[in-house]
Write a protein that binds this ligand. Structure first.
Ligand SMILES: [Zn+2]
Length: 298
């Protein structure tokens, strides 16, 4: 260490003594935001959620508005770096020019970790924006898990939707899921998997197609406030790692389980169901994604 570094170090120690560690050095704070589309404020029809739908252009703008509310809140809550991951369909919905210019963004669905691509243990908080209920929820707007072919995903015996799966991956890295936005069903389901998570229900699902929407100005204001407060309060827990991950996936057809059984480690435990195990959550997550996304049975 040269003398200049030494004196700079001594100055830092003095500053810490006078101000306390929290004031002396602005902590880098990385926030990860995964943005889906079905649970976005104002989105209410599949002519919006499909990239060929006549209302898709409007939906992209609505998606950016909710994402931007969360980004603003995150920065107000102390974030110094925000990474947004486009998490819907082909995952090229958010237009960079619509997004808060302070955020970085990952796009395109050719990702091993899909809705959670780019997350690692260096992040301090995870936010889910625009989420929806899991497959076969009796009353969730656009409820599904991964894609329409999936009937249920169970990890170590527990049925999970996208929010549940993604939370298990975040837990593996020791990054807390601090907030979720979506329809009321998505928010309630997330609270089951992440107790204490802050939720903003931007609309009330009447059933899988009908919905009561809250005023856009209200939901965006609430998203911003909740992001600010939850990022401010975020504390990193120890990683949560099960000794192993047993995954059971039930499909709405028999073709995918039959094709998947070509992989030696995959057992077709029922005509519509496969089971496999992996020793880590990232490995399990990647294989779940291959099964619902990259096997084309058309
Ligand atoms: Zn989704």
């Amino acid at each position: 260490m040269n003398l200049r570094k030494l004196s700079a170090g001594a100055g830092l120690v003095v500053a810490l003594m006078v101000l306390g560690p929290a004031d002396a050095v602005a902590q880098a704070r990385k926030v990860y935001i995964s943005v889906d589309l079905e649970g976005i404020s104002g989105v209410n029809g599949d002519d919006q959620t499909s990239s060929t739908g006549s209302e898709y252009g409007r939906a992209r703008k609505l998606m950016a508005e909710d994402a931007n509310a969360a980004i603003r809140g995150a920065f107000e809550g102390g974030a110094t770096d925000v990474l947004v991951n486009d998490s819907h369909g082909g995952q090229r919905n958010l237009l960079p020019e619509d997004l808060d210019p302070r955020a970085r963004m990952i796009s395109h669905s050719f990702k091993r970790h899909g809705m959670m691509e780019g997350l690692d243990e260096t992040f301090d908080a995870v936010i889910f924006v625009g989420y929806h209920g899991k497959a076969d929820s009796p009353r969730g707007l656009f409820a599904h898990t991964g894609s329409g072919v999936v009937k249920d995903v169970r990890i170590n015996g527990v049925s999970v939707g996208e929010g549940g799966m993604n939370a298990l991956l975040a837990a593996w890295y020791g990054v807390p899921v601090v907030m979720v936005t979506g329809d009321d069903v998505a928010v309630e389901q997330q609270k089951d998997t992440v107790p204490g998570v802050r939720g903003v229900a931007v609309k009330r699902a009447i059933n899988v197609r009908a919905v009561e929407m809250r005023p856009l100005a209200d939901t965006r204001r609430e998203i911003q406030a909740a992001a600010r407060e939850s990022v401010q309060a975020a504390k990193k827990p120890a990683p949560v790692r099960a000794p192993g991950y047993v995954v059971r996936m039930q499909f709405r057809n028999f073709t995918i389980p039959e094709v998947a059984s070509a992989f030696g480690e995959m057992s077709q435990v029922a005509p519509d169901t496969v089971q496999f195990s992996r020793s880590t959550m990232p490995e399990a997550y990647r294989l779940i994604r291959v099964l619902y996304r990259f096997i084309n049975t058309d």
